[in-house]
Design a protein around this ligand. Structure first.
Ligand code: FAD
Length: 413
């Protein structure tokens, strides 16, 4: 078995490489090898509409089965690639299948990071990454009286919102002194903490967890202060471990993810890596090497790889953006706020529609918008331009953000 392009990982990035190649009339053979049994689907709804039962699985598939058939994209599903031979140009799957490649695209995302504490692997302790995880979480939550969510990142907060709306008692435990600490400024954290508490979530910050209690199944979470919080289900949302072991074992450079250059090439010939598992230098992080865990990054890096395979290389330089839905709040983010030295509030959080503009050394580097889509759309422009403008003007909601841009930039947009 041999294909011109073999894509490992049937997720957002993997699917987009194939879509882009076929859209651009690539005529070579393409195979996608995916560990999950499903055709590529959207992952964000797993902690939102799909988990809430508002969307059927068919509605979150990235493309219908017919699409892949018609475009002759071979789907090898339910198969995990366990080794890569970069000299022989062959990957091997867990059932011993050897698949030859011309170009290899590694798009494997990551596994949920779990707790390495006693009881951390008991049944009823659930990570959230796949449809199977979401189904297990949904089934267990139906009969649960109290659910403990560990981790105050986006996934934990979204799951808490869905469960609270469904009338469940939720305790959310965060180790740091605020939620969303890794991705947003303190003002946004405080806003979301208040929202969750107002909706009835028992939100606890700065909490240390010693163990998960239970015999054959989790029954509670033991904190380091000795308190045991009863739990019929424990949801863990504390990040991912990038799934790159076979590639690193084959000699690719990396550690926390596989290292790629501006064209998403790994250090191994003819092997690209994209999406959550790809550590890259990001212009919006001042050139720091980071991994981004977002649909935007997976799709945009996929497009970079497809162009490279098609022979018109263009480097990755996309503005990071992200969204999160909690209750009736739509958060939209552009840029990366890490390292900001100033946060400017636009609007009134009490009105539940506002934005926070982040600056570093006087330049706009990111924006978080809550129920403020116009600010988000224009915010992308001012982040891309690295706007320098007076604090009072940025804060003034009577002034549209884009009017703060130099005239030329406005016209270009
Ligand atoms: P994935 O989409 O994870 O695909 C990787 C695939 O590779 C998986 O199917 C995996 O099983 C498979 N795989 C792994 N190892 C192997 C192997 N060795 N062999 C074969 N197959 C393998 N992003 C946003 O921008 N907005 C959101 O609101 C948002 N919400 C999210 C909510 C949840 C619950 C989760 C889990 C993620 C969310 N994300 C969100 C993140 C987003 O889904 C990811 O950034 C995106 O899926 C990354 O795409 P990817 O192609 O890198 O990896």
């Amino acid at each position: 078995m041999k294909f011109d392009v073999v894509i490992v990982g049937a997720g957002h990035g993997g699917a987009q490489v194939a879509v882009m190649l076929r859209t651009q009339k690539f005529e070579g053979s393409i195979a996608i090898v995916g560990e999950e049994p499903e055709l590529p689907y959207e992952r964000p709804p797993l902690s939102k509409e799909y988990f809430a039962g508002e969307k059927e699985f068919e509605r979150i598939q990235l493309r219908p089965a017919k699409y892949w058939d018609e475009r002759e994209v071979t789907m090898l599903l339910g198969e995990r690639v366990v080794s890569v031979d970069p000299v022989g140009h062959i990957v091997t799957t867990d059932d011993g299948k050897a698949i030859g490649y011309g170009k290899l695209v590694w798009a494997t995302g990551g596994r949920p990071r779990m707790l390495s504490i006693p009881g951390g692997d008991l049944p009823g302790v659930q990570g959230v990454r796949t449809r199977a995880d979401a189904d297990a979480m949904k089934a267990a939550s139906e009969s649960a009286r109290q659910i403990v969510v560990i981790g105050g990142g986006y996934i934990g907060l979204e799951a808490a919102a869905v469960l609270t709306k469904a009338g469940k008692k939720v305790v959310l435990l965060e180790a740091l002194d605020r939620v969303l600490a890794r991705v947003a400024g303190v003002e946004l954290s405080r806003f979301y903490e208040k929202e969750h508490r107002d909706h009835g979530v028992d939100l606890r910050l700065g909490v240390c967890i010693d163990a998960i209690e239970g015999e054959s199944r989790a029954t509670g979470v033991q904190l380091s202060n000795g308190e045991v919080i009863p739990a019929d289900l424990v949801i863990v949302g504390i990040g991912i471990v990038p799934a790159v072991e076979p590639l690193l074992a084959a000699g690719a450079e990396g550690g926390n993810g596989v290292l790629v250059d501006r064209f998403c090439k790994t250090s191994l010939p003819n092997i690209y890596a994209i999406g959550d598992c790809a550590a890259h230098e990001n212009a919006f992080a001042e050139g720091a090497t980071i991994r981004l865990e977002s649909v935007q990054n997976a799709n945009d890096q996929a497009n970079v790889v497809a162009k490279g395979i098609l022979g018109y290389e263009s480097p990755y330089h996309a503005i990071p953006w992200f969204w999160s839905n909690q209750y009736d709040l739509k958060l939209q983010t552009a840029g990366l706020s890490t390292g900001h030295d100033q946060a400017v509030l636009r609007g009134d959080p009490a009105a539940r529609s506002f934005s926070i503009v982040y600056l570093k050394a006087g330049r706009v580097i990111a924006i978080d918008c809550v129920n403020a889509t116009k600010d988000y759309v224009q915010g992308r422009m001012i982040v891309t331009a690295g706007l320098v403008a007076p604090f009072e003007k940025i804060a003034d909601t009577e002034i549209s953000l884009k009017t703060l841009l130099p005239h030329e930039t406005q016209r270009a947009e």
